[in-house]
Ligand binder design. Structure first.
Ligand code: AMP
Ligand code: MG
Length: 499
């Protein structure tokens, strides 16, 4: 355990045993949660710690030691100042309302306020059974914990709002999923753990006073500017709609499939939340289903904007006691246009188009059609396009990704014409494009490779991959293989909710 050294810089640095907790959620009535301590995991050890997230909590990464992290986040001791709770929420799962949800295997340990006044939730995922576990064992397995930890850093690197992980703790405890697997715990750090489903709970329980209490809490903590609006609840809803539209537009722009977009997996702050069977697509396929148990494709890639809109309508329903129906409906009606604007903005930027031209949407749609027809690797295509200097050269360099030279030629010819309308010089455009078109993206096969190593006790590959994903726009010659062909076996990877 690190101690105060007397060095002036250390005055602002905290250690695990003196984090600056201020647990506002526990000041809500007890009906909102269950107070419960984590159940210790057997024989824990540290797999990874994230220095960037440590700094968010005013922790000095240099002074964190593996044993303390494994001890606290393996559930063997309570951090001084933490007051762990399982939050109650419900939600629509695959379109059906389920009143029995809540933190079934994760606990909000508390809220840390850092020296900049930022408030961070510390949530321990895999912390054991709670009142909301139903038949579950309260644990998270190593495989899915690594996937969530990697995804948080990959999203952060891309600039997409997300929860992140402070550290990952392994254990010798085992549980059964589709096979026997070892358990792990992820200390998740995020601005918010309030889901659409928190509101649905109080609405369907017929508790308008608690619904109002929750909304007031959210406005106080997250939507400060809504306070002065005529109807603060409506202003809060407007902000949630807008953030959700912005988030799903980013997913669509980068080929991300969440996999389980139930209302209990939707953060009110528009952060990517509760990673399960997610995928960053290799080949661009609008109908891509990431979760093999989702046979109907409810949560397929191209369904996501519509599903987020539907999820917002569930939230609107739950807010009916606080906001007039017509106001909610007119906000919901604005979602498609907001989504479209955010999507266009990012896709234009990916294409190096800083001006706005009427034909851009068609140019983008036609590119998506071309990518779909020829199963094009979206990430590699856009990164290659950053080098666009002339049509012939580009045709040659994109040929390995798009077999249809004629179709590609047609599209690139239009693109070349369009780009001529731009004011930016070539080097400026290339620099701008390289700052939004990643060279590296978290592909399922990469996660699978490092998971296999971790299951054998080798954690170096996980940590190495994390550092690659943190800088996805930089050239990283030592990791060039991650930017090349996806191995054939990647197509056989199957993901499910079982985690
Ligand atoms: P998820 O699929 O992770 O979004 O979880 C949906 C619901 O099931 C939430 O209420 C979780 O807390 C609960 N849950 C998922 N896995 C487990 C588990 N192993 N033990 C207890 N509850 C779980
Ligand atoms: Mg969930």
């Amino acid at each position: 355990m690190s101690t105060y050294t007397g060095h002036p810089m250390s005055e602002t640095r905290r250690t695990l045993d003196n984090l600056n907790f201020d647990n506002s959620y526990t000041r809500l009535p007890e009906y909102f949660y269950q107070r419960i301590d984590p159940s210790p995991l057997e024989a824990t050890h540290l797999i990874s710690v994230n220095p960037e997230v440590a700094r968010l909590l005013d922790l000095d990464p240099e002074k964190l030691d593996d044993e303390s992290l494994a001890h606290f986040f393996g559930g063997h001791a309570t951090l001084p100042g933490a007051e762990s709770i399982a939050m109650k929420y419900t939600g629509h799962q695959f379109g059906v309302y389920n009143p029995d949800l809540g933190d079934g295997r994760g606990l909000l340990l508390g809220e840390v306020v850092n020296q900049s006044g930022e408030r961070w939730d510390l949530h321990l995922k895999g912390a054991g059974r709670t009142a909301y576990s139903r038949s579950g064992d309260g644990r998270a397995v190593l495989r899915s914990s690594i996937r969530e930890y990697l995804a948080g850093e990959a999203m952060q690197g891309l600039g997409i709002p997300t929860t992140r992980g402070l550290c990952l703790v392994g254990s010798e405890e085992q549980v059964f999923r589709e096979q026997i697997e070892s358990c792990a715990a992820l200390l998740r750090v995020s601005h918010c753990h309030i889901r659409f489903g928190h509101f649905e709970h109080f609405f369907y329980r017929g508790r308008p006073d608690d619904l109002k209490r929750l909304a007031d809490y959210c406005i106080d903590r997250y939507f400060e500017s809504a306070k002065t609006a005529d109807n603060p609840y409506l202003a809060m809803f407007q902000e949630i709609v807008s953030r959700s539209a912005a988030l799903v537009a980013l997913w669509q722009s980068y080929g991300f499939v969440h996999g389980v977009l139930n209302t209990d997996n939707m953060s009110i702050l528009g952060e990517t939340f509760d990673y399960g069977p997610y995928t960053f697509m290799d080949a661009y396929q609008p109908g891509h289903i990431s979760n093999h148990t989702d046979q109907q494709g409810r949560y397929a890639f191209d369904q996501q904007p519509g599903i987020v809109h539907w999820n917002l309508s569930c939230l609107a329903q739950a807010l009916l006691p606080l906001i007039p129906r017509e106001a909610l409906e007119s906000e919901l009606d604005r979602f498609p246009e907001q989504y479209q604007a955010y999507y266009l903005k990012r896709m234009r930027s990916r294409l190096g188009l800083l001006a706005e031209a009427a034909e851009d949407l068609k140019l983008i749609d036609d590119l998506c059609r071309l990518m779909t027809q020829h199963k094009v690797d979206m990430t590699r295509f856009f990164r290659a396009l950053c080098d666009f200097e002339g049509l012939e050269e580009m045709l040659d360099s994109l040929q390995p990704l798009v077999s249809d030279r004629q179709g590609l030629n047609q599209w690139l010819t239009r693109y070349e014409q369009r780009i001529k309308q731009e004011a930016a010089t070539l080097p400026i455009r290339q620099m701008q494009m390289r700052s939004v078109n990643p060279k590296y993206i978290l592909r399922n096969y990469m996660a699978e490779e490092v998971i296999r190593e971790a299951q054998e006790g080798n954690y170096q590959p996980v940590n190495e991959l994390l550092s690659v994903l943190r800088n996805p726009f930089e050239e990283q010659p030592d990791h060039q293989r991650y930017a090349e062909d996806v191995p054939d076996w990647a197509g056989w990877i199957s993901l499910s909710c079982s985690s």
